[in-house]
Every structure is written in structure tokens, then in C-alpha cells.
Design a protein around this ligand. Structure first.
Ligand SMILES: [Fe+2]
Ligand SMILES: [Fe+2]
Length: 312
């Protein structure tokens, strides 16, 4: 029997289990709650105390996706649940969704990501405190997925701060999806380059720098051609001072959404630990961006980002 982990917690008091749910005990899978069973205080205690991971069987994969999606919707609109818990659910389900897109880039996986981005942006619109909680959520999973999700969150939050009451002039679900997808071309970069501890050689850099074009090709192949994804995937490494890549565009030649992504992307890279360098604190990262890189960014966007992360 093939088991698959459920990407986010579904155990909540007095909620019925949407399917047979298993836990892994050493190498065995044991039934934790049968389909339709009420989660009890005992279930919740076990789940919270032991950080249990839950699994479904292969037989339930398809229906699990549908059930989890409606569960996600119910959860995110549940007034009883605090914004921190909602942010954690969005984060872990985004990690699961972006992993699927990297493994198989097609319209089905991207549409799933888009639905999730839609839920996230609706959630932020209904309660702006979610934005702070989303920004503070962390995890220790695969770096590229984690990076994609965090840039997705920072980019979305920054767009909300920047556009303010003009937010409805933008398609936030598509824009948010595009931030999540910005590095999809990295799926084509060999792991040995991504994980290299020593500085990259010139030819390795040349390969890495192709990821915007590879990302664009992937989206064309997947038949996913939103203007937002097009702009962000292709141009997120262009810089206002013409020192970016792959087209060395400058200032007004760079689409606005790509400039937003550039700020979110740079901040996320600086604040994440990589095999070859330590992470900076958010304060250190902003200082470096201000003193050494300010000419690379759009000043209004960078200022909005500083305000977003500063004390409220
Ligand atoms: Fe990138
Ligand atoms: Fe990136």
C-alpha cells in the first residue's frame, strides 16, 4: 500500500475526519481516525504533543485532494480559528502545492497553486493581520520550495502594501501565483549547482542565469500564460541599474511586478541560510539592500517593503 503525507493539520476538536487517516509508527502505518469519526480531545492532545504526521492511502489520493481543498476553505473561513493557525495552514499547503508544480509543471498543478493563492489573497483582504502572521511563519524544508513560498508570501504582502486601495485594479490571485512560480525554471538547473558549497564557476553561473528563460519555457509548455507570470518569471533578475540578467533591461523597461519580485526575492535570499553562507537577520538584510543594492531596486517599492517589515 502506498501512503502519502497530508500536507497540513486536519485534526480539530469536534470535526469529522474526511477520510481514513493513518499515523506512522516506526515502519508501520496505523489507523488514527476512520473516515467520518469525530476528532476528540484525545486525538487533538496526541496530535499537538507529538507533532504527529498524518497519512492517507493511495486509494484515497484523488478524493483526499478534493476533501483537503474543501477542508482548507472551511478552515480559512472559520471565525473560531486564529490568524496564526490560518497562516500556518496556508504556508504548509503552499509548500505542498509548489513541490507538485516543480515535480510536474502542468495546468493542473498550476491551477491548484492558483486556487491556493486566491484563498491566501482573499484571506489577507478579509483580515490584514494574516499578513503579519504569514511573514513570521517559518519552516525547514527543501530550500527551493521554501524560497518560492516565502517569495510568494513577501511579494503578495508587498503588493497589498504598495497598491493599497487600488488593489482591486490588479488580479491578485494571478499575481500571487506568479510570485510563487518566479523560480520555476530552477527545476531545470542541476542539483549539483544548486547545492554547491564553493563559489560557482563562470560556466555554472551561465547555467544558473538561464533559469528565467527556462521558467518561461516551462509555463509556455504548460499552457499557462498569465501576463503576471510572464513578467515575473522572465524579468525578476533584471535590475534598475541595468546590471541584472538575462536581458540587462533597466528602469522603465522592467515590468512593475518583476520589480516587486526583485525586492522580495533578494530579501528572502539574504535572510535564508544556504550551504555556502549564513543567513542575515531581517534588519541586516534590509541594511545591506539599502547601502549596497539600493540602485538595483525601484525606490518606491523598496521603501514600501521597509515599511511593511518595520514595527507596526
Ligand atoms: Fe530567480
Ligand atoms: Fe528566487
Amino acid at each position: 500500500m502506498v501512503y502519502r503525507e497530508i500536507p497540513y493539520p486536519i485534526v480539530r476538536m469536534d470535526v469529522r475526519s474526511p477520510m481514513d487517516v493513518y499515523v506512522k509508527v516506526r515502519e508501520d502505518y496505523r489507523l488514527f481516525a476512520a473516515k467520518g469519526a469525530l476528532f476528540t480531545a484525545e486525538h487533538c492532545r496526541m496530535f499537538d504533543r507529538t507533532a504527529l504526521k498524518l497519512f492517507v492511502t493511495a486509494r484515497d489520493h484523488e478524493s483526499a485532494d478534493k476533501l483537503l481543498e474543501s477542508f482548507l476553505l472551511d478552515t480559512l473561513t472559520d471565525p473560531q480559528l486564529n490568524t496564526k493557525a490560518k497562516a500556518e495552514i496556508i504556508y504548509s499547503s503552499s509548500m505542498d502545492s509548489i513541490r507538485k508544480v516543480f515535480e510536474t509543471t502542468n495546468i493542473k498543478t498550476i491551477t491548484e497553486l492558483e486556487r491556493l493563492s486566491g484563498s491566501m489573497t482573499r484571506l489577507i483582504l478579509s483580515d490584514s493581520r494574516v499578513m503579519d502572521d504569514l511573514i513570521s511563519v517559518t519552516s525547514h524544508d527543501h530550500y527551493t520550495y521554501q524560497h518560492s513560498v516565502k517569495v510568494g508570501i513577501y511579494g503578495t504582502a508587498l503588493s497589498f502594501s504598495l497598491f493599497k486601495d487600488k488593489i482591486h485594479e490588479h488580479n491578485m490571485a494571478e499575481l500571487s501565483t506568479a510570485f510563487f512560480l518566479h523560480d520555476i525554471g530552477m527545476a531545470k538547473v542541476p542539483e549539483k549547482i544548486l547545492d554547491k558549497r564553493d563559489p560557482l564557476t563562470v560556466s555554472e553561473w551561465d547555467i544558473l542565469k538561464r533559469h528565467p528563460i527556462w521558467g518561461h519555457e516551462k509555463l509556455v509548455k504548460a499552457n499557462y500564460l498569465s501576463d503576471e507570470a510572464n513578467a515575473i518569471v522572465l524579468y525578476h533578475h533584471e535590475r534598475c541599474d541595468r546590471n541584472g540578467y538575462p536581458f540587462r533591461k533597466s528602469g522603465d523597461e522592467i515590468p512593475l511586478y518583476a520589480k516587486i519580485c526583485a525586492v522580495a526575492d533578494t530579501f528572502e535570499s539574504l535572510t535564508s541560510a544556504r550551504p555556502f553562507r549564513q543567513s542575515k537577520t531581517p534588519f541586516e538584510a534590509l541594511k545591506i539592500m539599502q547601502s549596497e543594492m539600493a540602485h538595483e531596486f525601484d525606490l518606491d517599492i523598496f521603501t514600501a517593503f521597509i515599511k511593511l517589515l518595520g514595527p507596526s
